[in-house]
Design a binder for this molecule. Sequence first.
Ligand code: NAD
Length: 345
Amino acid sequence: STATPRIPATLIAGDGIGPEIMEATLQALDALGAPFDWDAQTAGLGGIQAAGDPLPDATLASIRKTRLALKGPLETPSGGGYRSSNVRLREAFQLYANVRPTRTLIPGGRYENIDLLVVRENLEGLYIGHEAYIPIDDDPHAVAMATGVNTRKGSLRLLEYAFEHAIATGRKKVTLVHKANIMKALTGLFLETGQQLWERKYKGRIELDSVIIDACAMKLVLNPWQFDVLVTTNLFGDILSDLTAGLVGGLGMAPGANIGTDAAIFEAVHGSAPDIAGKGIANPTALMLAAAMMLDHCKLSEMATRLRQALDATFNADGVRTGDLKGKANTAEFTKALIARIKNG
Ligand code: NAD
């Protein structure tokens, strides 16, 4: 008989509630029989404590080898001159696409049947941190400037990933989100590159339209069902993906994938929740959904589907929810109910 091939993967439990939600997620993956061989590493505050660096060399080396990681939330201490570990990971592994699906898991919220995907460019745009002040007279901060940089090459690889991923997952329409009426060069290049790529390679395989970011924000609130896949530049994607998370009950339910040429890193969108860390009450759903994306990425979609269905059954058939979802279960109780669903359907 042929055993399922093992898949080496890096594991970063993260800070705050990270270890609690990671423990729950690992239990769920074990119950599914997911074939990951974990290499546990540190980053964030945990990295500083273990190795004096929020992104230790051993962690980078591990991801370089496995090219695959599941990551809890990381804290970047203010002061000490540390750069965000998340930003450093993006740069180190050229994680150019940030992929954030939002799907209604619990009916009865403000919006039903949401199933949206935001694909955000993750390395360029107004996010590159090239900022400066110009002093005038005795005001050192009289003028503030920020430079945005979008390249045709960078736009192209992100857009190509977005079209391919949209088609592979059975999506019907891609919407390019931009502000080319005002930022004609910066976001015009992205828009034009997307339109030309579609004409050349994707016309007839998937629909394309485009919308200006401000109108997009309004339309998402009035009628989110008109959209399917939203593809956009770094800063707009940052904002829009939080908006779409809000449509399905907030960041506690939102997973994200960072896809690059050299690695793929899966995470919850929320942070380390220091206000509830150590209390055993955190909601592990977002990290579990990130693990489901990781299973999909590894072509283990049957397991990913079982995990999503077990979450659905735990929430809705069993009515077991954590406190942030107005439920009474703590992390361990929720996880126990979920694992019963994974094992027994
Ligand atoms: P946060 O997401 O940690 O918390 C915001 C609120 O949501 C808090 O009230 C928290 O208790 C609640 N919350 C978040 N996740 C939850 C969960 N799974 N279950 C139940 N409640 C949950 O945002 P913040 O307070 O702005 O950030 C805290 C720290 O996390 C900061 O150091 C920040 O830099 C870091 N952060 C990291 C990432 C990442 O690594 N991807 C993302 C965002 C923030």
